[in-house]
Design a binder for this molecule. Structure first.
Ligand SMILES: [Zn+2]
Ligand SMILES: [Zn+2]
Length: 130
């Protein structure tokens, strides 16, 4: 199985081989800002499953727990396609929306439940964490 995530304009792509290690949904306020939506969904892959194509910019953000995430975005359209976390070497998080594929495996866990919009109703997700 090979799937490709891409930014809005198509200049930055992440070709992903095989299945994601984990898919999760994040309600945190930073994911809300990054996506412009009410939550973020991301798929973790091992570094060797992902081939990146096209130029990207990057910026880093320190999270609540002091971990540093480095985001890669398209220099033309600004979409974030992937990021890496300093705490998890060898792992790449790819934004699920960038696959534009409703058949993409759904999240098995949610995080930052305490920051979720109250109108959201999610079904079939086993693990939920504040
Ligand atoms: Zn782009
Ligand atoms: Zn988040």
């Amino acid at each position: 199985m090979r799937r490709t995530a891409s930014c809005c304009c198509g200049a930055l792509k992440a070709h992903c081989e095989g299945e994601p290690v984990r898919v999760s949904l994040c309600h945190c306020l930073e994911c809300q800002k990054r996506t412009g939506s009410a939550f973020g969904v991301q798929a973790r892959f091992n570094e060797d499953q992902v081939m990146i194509e096209g130029p990207s910019g990057s910026w880093s953000r320190t999270g609540d727990e002091g971990t540093v995430a480095q985001f890669s975005f398209c220099l033309t359209c600004g979409s974030t396609v992937l990021w890496r976390n300093a705490e998890m070497p060898g792992v790449v998080a790819v934004t699920v929306g960038a696959f534009a594929d409703p058949t993409f495996p759904g999240p098995t866990r949610t995080v930052y439940e305490d920051r979720a919009h109250p109108w959201l109703e999610l079904h079939g997700i086993a693990e939920q964490y504040d």
